[in-house]
Each structure stands twice: as structure tokens, then as C-alpha cells.
Design a protein around this ligand. Sequence first.
Ligand SMILES: Nc1ncnc2c1ncn2[C@@H]1O[C@H](COP(=O)(O)OP(=O)(O)OP(=O)(O)O)[C@@H](O)[C@H]1O
Ligand SMILES: [Mg+2]
Length: 460
Amino acid sequence: MAKLTVQFVCTECGSAASRWLGRCPGCNAFGTLVEELAGAEGGGGARPSAPVPLGEIETAESERIPTGVAELDRVLGGGLVPASLVLVGGEPGVGKSTLLLSALAAMSTSRRVLLVTGEESTAQVGLRAARLGGAEKVEILAETELATVCATLEAERPEVCVVDSVQTLYASELGSAPGSVAQVREAAGRLLRVAKQAGVATILVGHVTKDGAVAGPRVLEHLVDCVLQFEGDRYREHRVLRATKNRFGSTNELGVFEMTGDGLVGVPDPSELFGTTHPGEVGAAVACTLEGTRPILLEVQALVAPTDLAMPRRVGTGVDPKRLAMIVAVLGRHAGLGLGGADVFVNVAGGVRIDEPGADLAVALAIASAARGVPVAEGLAAFGEIGLTGRLRPASQAERRLGECAKLRIAVVLAPEGTGGPGGLRVEPVETIRAAIAAALEGRAPRVAEPAQAAARSAA
Ligand SMILES: Nc1ncnc2c1ncn2[C@@H]1O[C@H](COP(=O)(O)OP(=O)(O)OP(=O)(O)O)[C@@H](O)[C@H]1O
Ligand SMILES: [Mg+2]
């Protein structure tokens, strides 16, 4: 086997140096050299290997492993794929260890599962296991030495393994400290090889940095098959799990959990929780957004407050700040709602983040309601993308959104022209943002559901 040597490689241009340098001699970039193991793959004496035609490969559509946590399965695209590598990232204390221990506990009833813990002692994990219950058969290994973890996995070959966390693993050949970019990359690379060769579905827990990237600037995301982000406010009980990359399923699926004393409980119907406004409240509107394939109703709240600042603030929690600035500008230009002398704050219920433009209309309605001091009509939900001309554009998968509205006793849905509606639900097509505000605030929409609709809904 080739001798292992350490070299420093530039992440920008790839040139190598034998010692660390602040500035890359190849491309003159600063601070881009990272430590790497050279010669680990026996380069010199390698033999050629025979390629195989794709058609001859056995595609026994390998069955997915249900994790026993329905919301996690949904985000993974129907369960864990055997021998895949999944990265779960999240802020400290958001509940990563809790979620994965409950999944391991559920899976341990029918298969062999292993928990590698580098962060907590076995006694600490035992405490959590006692709180969650049902984890008696989960095997646990307290180890941080990467070579030992890999050797154990190859020898024991459990079906599922959780490594909590990848930042604590340590390859002694590398000089840098655990958690450094070089160590984390080496750990993920070797675990990937073991996962594929030994057929272990491996879940890595990764810490996120201050700007939200897992383990430094996205070093692991390319390596792994699936990246899950566990989000939500540590101080509130709701947590949202979403896939930002998935080689075996759709991304942007959303799982919602509630943190309780007995662990994380899935919330199968988040619209019930997040999609209601208080009747008559100024500055609140219900958005019907789509997360992956899952429609979800979310309350959007806005506050418009006069300001003396030369540059008024536009602060959005859960909405994209650029999108918010655009909506405020369109409201000013095309709906006669000048907000130049006011701060605008927008907040989305439940710590959920809205990524899709279909929620534009509800954000605009909440702001308009706050600015005018008039509540949005009761029982009204809205979706649609706002264009720069003030015209509304149809949003994708309108039927799914309308279906969710019908399920949640919404009386009227404001939607762009050309959106067809299912029976039992009144869809009010609007062409422009100005027309939408008029319909929502000035009462063209009924304040309460009409009797005919109420009857249709109770029949549905
Ligand atoms: N007895 C309890 N009752 C209710 N919630 C609890 C209880 N014990 C812990 N929690 C919740 O669990 C959270 C910690 O979960 P967990 O240890 O799984 O987080 P983590 O993401 O693994 O954190 P870290 O990054 O530090 O490892 C706490 O923030 C708290 O909200
Ligand atoms: Mg943890």
C-alpha cells in the first residue's frame, strides 16, 4: 500500500503544496489550502477493472427501509435507501439526536441498527433512550477514531448506522483538529466507501455553521446522497425537516414535528396548526403554499410602522428579503400603497420558511391589510405569484392547493385568473394585485361562508 502523506491542496485551483500556505502559489487566492491525505488510494500499482453494460446490472429495485417516523420517511422520499449516505444538519439543540434515536428505536425491532456517538457518553444517550422508550435493542458505540468506526461497520455490518456527529470523528493520519474541513471531508469520504461496500445505510449528523451551511462551506453536500435540514426555533416547540438534496426522491418535501417531553411527535396536518388567523385581526393573511408536493396553509403576519429612517426597514422572517422588497415595491407602484415612510415587518407562522413565489399574494395582502388598518376577509386564503407589472401569475399545482383549502374549511380562495376550482370551494379569480387587495379588504369576498357553501363543505 502506498505510504500515507499529508499534502495541502487549493480548493480553488487544485494545486498542491507540501506545507500550509496562507496564499495559494497557483492562483494567488488567500486561505484556500486544505489538508488532504495523498496516496491513500494506491495510485501507482492499480489494475484496470472491467466496465459492465448498464443493461446487465441487476436492478432488484432495492426496497427502502421505513424509518418508523412517518414525517422522516416522507422527507426521504419513502424511507431510507439501503447503503445510502444521508446527512442531517441543524442548529445545536434543535433535536437531531432525538429524531434519529427515535428512528433507530423504531427500526431496531426488525433490523440491526448501530448508533456511533462521539458527542455524548453512553450514559447520556441511555438517559435519552429511557425518556423516548423502546430503544433497548439499539446497539451503541462510543468512539471518535474514524478507522475504528469504519472497521466496526465492516465487521458488524448493521443495516442502519447513525453517526452523531461527523464533526467529532478523527483520522489520526491528519494533523488538523476534529471538525476541521479536512477531517470532516475525510470522515465522510471513508464512511461513504464503507456504506456502499458493506451495505450500511448511514446517517451522519452534521453541525451547521453560523451562516447555516453544514460543516463549513458545503464540503459534504456533494459527497452524500441526501441532505436533510432540521430547522425551527429552539425556543418554540415546532421543528421543520426538509430535504435540500435527495438523489432518490423529491427535494423540498417537508416534515413537521413537535418537541414534547416524550420526544419528537410528527404533525401530520400542519395546516391546522399554522393556517388560522384570528377573525378581524389586522395584518394577517392565510397563504396556501406548496412545499415539494405538500400543500400547507400558513398564516403570514405583517406590521407596517411609520419610521424616521432615511432607508425604511423591510424585515422578513420566513420569507426571502429580496422577494419582500419586490412585493413592497409592486404594492407602491401598482396598488397605490406607498410605504416609503414606513418599516415593514413580515413573519410566517410556526418558524416555517417559504421558498416559493406562490405565497407572494398572501404576503402582499398581509402588508396591505396592515398598512390600511383593515382586516382581510374572514375565511379567505390566497396564492399566486406577483409579477413586476402588478399582474398575478398562475402558481403551480393549483389543484393540490385548492384541495388543501377545501379540507381546512376555507370559504374563498383568491387566485390568479385561469385557476379552476373543485366543487364546494369558491375560487375568486383576480387579475392584478390591485384587484386582489380590493377583493380581500373591501369585502367583495363574504365575511362568513354563505349557507350553500357551508352545506357543501359539511357534505364533503
Ligand atoms: N425532558 C424534555 N422535555 C421536553 N423537551 C426536551 C426534554 N429534554 C430535551 N428536550 C428538547 O430536546 C432538545 C435537545 O435535543 P437533541 O439533544 O436531540 O438536540 P441536538 O440537535 O442533537 O443538539 P446537539 O447539536 O447539541 O447535539 C432540547 O432543545 C429540548 O428542546
Ligand atoms: Mg445531538
